[in-house]
Design a protein around this ligand. Structure first.
Ligand SMILES: *[C@@H]1O[C@H](CO)[C@@H](O)[C@H](O)[C@H]1NC(C)=O
Ligand SMILES: *[C@@H]1O[C@H](CO)[C@@H](O)[C@H](O)[C@H]1NC(C)=O
Ligand SMILES: [Zn+2]
Ligand SMILES: [Zn+2]
Length: 442
């Protein structure tokens, strides 16, 4: 049983700040990003984001179970006077800021934690045994709420509508797919997403145009033989031997059948079977993941994994069944960054942080379910550095020692807000105004 001690965050608007001149104007475009960054660094806004992030960190929830997270988000949106739709994909929330008319641009945060035990000893350690925000999604939610605050303060100046997407179940559950299939992207022109990074310094962002993360899928196979006495193998059909050969054969798909210049991975990460030194078991289970950067390579891997598992099992007289979990763990498409949005990003991040603070990231074989959004409408995914040299290196995500440097929060909030607000400024003239509310639009 977990008791959620939700302390409402009192947010005081500081009248001497921000409500000066309108600054979301076409002439003022180059200054918008640094203005948003300064506004995001206001102590009261920073502390509010920190308190949200710490509350979520203490109370992590797994995919499609983000009920308290979702309710915190909604209560903060209520306090800001931002309208939203809920529930979408179980716990998802979609908020709207601006005119309610096109253009529509979306900014996205994922909300889920991981099923692992936190090893960091600190005041705001996870209170839930076996669950931890070890990928920074707690920070992502705080940043998107921070962006919501920045944009809502300027909502009368927005030239269109910003859609806030708080999605469940990024870590394998395909929450983005569920939200997309619920229709949240209808009429939306573009979507931006970010991830905190333990690799790059604070104030640095990293990204690239084109494919940035792989497509991925998971599989599990059960190999059945006929167990018996370990000393009388002739009366058994040994599934451990069959499983071992299957694993070796699976490793030859990429090395012998894939184009060496087309990056692909097949990993068997799970091998279970047998309980005694002198008993051959009836069956073993293996499982793993496969990754590729094109649909063709991905489909080929899936087909060959299935063939190799079943045919190789028969070499040792075993039978095999294989599952790809298409429903519970949908295949994630390749995450591809749109070229035009890349230019927009370089412009905005360059004006905020300096062009030298934008690093090109090589594609990696990791995957992100942001790809479901980016396969439907133009999408853009980037990393926000959070390493402070003077505080030492940070562990990478999914480590039980993972830590977020909270100084990153204003950067993420300001990038979200700047990318969205300037996107609307650049695109509003191309849209024929329509007199429909966003509830009809979406
Ligand atoms: C494999 O499946 C066939 C056909 O169902 C069956 O006859 C055979 O006994 C099975 N072999 C093992 C080792 O389970
Ligand atoms: C890095 O950490 C030091 C010491 O805590 C701090 O003074 C400095 O402001 C930090 N730098 C950034 C960019 O946050
Ligand atoms: Zn993760
Ligand atoms: Zn993540």
């Amino acid at each position: 049983m977990v008791f959620f001690m939700y302390v409402p965050f009192v947010y005081m608007l500081c009248p001497q700040l921000s409500f000066s001149e309108p600054f979301l104007t076409e002439q003022g475009l180059p200054e918008i990003p640094s203005k948003f960054l300064n506004l995001a660094k206001r102590p009261e806004l920073f502390e509010w984001m920190v308190s949200i992030r710490r509350y979520l960190h203490e109370n992590p929830e797994l995919g499609f179970e983000e009920f308290h997270t979702s309710s915190l988000i909604r209560s903060e949106l209520d306090k800001m006077g931002i309208s939203y739709e809920h529930p979408i994909a179980v716990t998802g929330v979609v908020g709207y800021i601006g005119t309610g008319s096109p253009p529509f641009v979306a900014i996205r945060a994922d909300m889920d934690a991981l099923a692992m035990q936190e090893a960091v000893v600190w005041e705001h350690k996870s209170k839930v045994a076996g669950k931890m925000h070890a990928c920074g999604h707690d920070a992502h939610v705080a940043m998107l709420l921070g962006a919501a605050k920045l944009l809502q303060e300027r909502s009368s100046e927005l030239q269109g509508t910003v859609i806030l997407v708080f999605q469940p179940a990024e870590e394998g559950g395909g929450g983005a797919k569920k939200m997309r299939d619920a229709g949240i992207l209808e009429n939306v022109d573009a979507i931006f997403g970010l991830h905190v990074s333990a690799k790059y310094p604070i104030g640095v962002v990293s990204t690239r145009s084109g494919p940035v993360l792989a497509g991925c899928g998971f599989f599990e196979a059960t190999i059945s033989g006929n167990g018996g006495h370990a000393a009388i193998p002739q009366h058994t059909i040994d599934p451990i031997l069959a499983g071992s050969n299957i694993i070796l054969s699976l490793q030859q798909i990429v090395s012998r059948e894939a184009d060496p210049l087309d990056s692909q991975v097949v990993t068997v990460a799970k091998f279970e079977g047998g309980h005694a030194f002198n008993v051959i078991p009836d069956s073993v289970t293996i499982g793993g993941t496969f990754r590729a950067f094109s649909i063709e390579s991905f489909k080929y891997l899936k087909q060959r994994i299935e063939e190799v598992v079943t045919l190789q099992a028969s070499v040792q007289r075993c039978n095999a069944t294989i599952h790809f979990f298409e429903n519970a763990k949908p295949f994630y498409p390749v995450t591809v960054n749109d070229q035009k949005m890349h230019e927009h990003f370089l412009n905005v991040a360059g004006h905020m942080l300096g062009i030298e603070s934008i690093r090109e990231v090589p594609p990696v074989m990791g995957c992100e379910d942001f790809s479901f959004f980016a396969e439907t409408i133009p999408g853009y995914f980037y990393y926000v550095g959070m390493v402070n040299e003077t505080q030492g290196p940070l562990e990478f995500s999914h480590s039980p020692q993972f830590k977020v440097n909270e100084d990153v929060l204003p950067y993420g909030a300001a990038l979200h807000a700047s990318l969205a607000a300037t996107y609307l400024l650049r695109h509003h003239s191309q849209k024929v105004p329509q007199k429909r509310s966003f509830h009809d639009e979406l």
